[in-house]
Design a protein around this ligand. Sequence first.
Ligand code: GRF
Length: 201
Amino acid sequence: MKKQTKKHRIAILASGSGSNAGKFISYFRDHQTISVVLVVSNNASAFVLQRAANAGVPSVVLPRQAWEEKKKVLALFDSYQVNTIVLAGYMRLLPPWMTERYSGRIFNIHPALLPDFGGKGMYGMHVHRAVIESGVRRSGITVHLVNERYDEGPILFQKQIDVLPGDTPETLSKKIKQLEHENYPRVVEEYLGALPLIRQY
Ligand code: GRF
């Protein structure tokens, strides 16, 4: 039997375009201890599936009802020996049996400085609009561990940028997306580097 190398094996969960997912796939392509082994979307028409296909990464669509079958979902993750989850624009809350099982190994990125501008309904342009409307002078990105509530897990990393007088939700969104791409894979790499390499759950 082929010996299974121990690695951090990432499943990326994404609902939309997947530009962050794309960055993860390229960043970890030839990495010694970390690989992206699966892309999961709840949305069959999400562009992230196309990105995965182009990069040769297996993908699967798990719509809302599929998550009701706990055993099947876990068997799927186990069949790819997933031991780490990266949320990258994933629009649904993970069930508690996922957050418990992968506790400490599920990451999310939020396009603002949590705990402000987070929580249910705070995603995408809603966040940037709220930031601009509030008049705050700084926004940024937050990488955090995921628990069973939206945007509430321990914060691992934040980076701030100035909100300039002429900024609109659109200009802010562009700058923040850029920051995400530059930092998210690197922060996850650094954090995983401090965790033991395991075979699977
Ligand atoms: C990102 O802005 C991230 O902060 C949020 O969802 C967005 C996903 O964008 N959680 P993309 O699909 O990676 O382009």
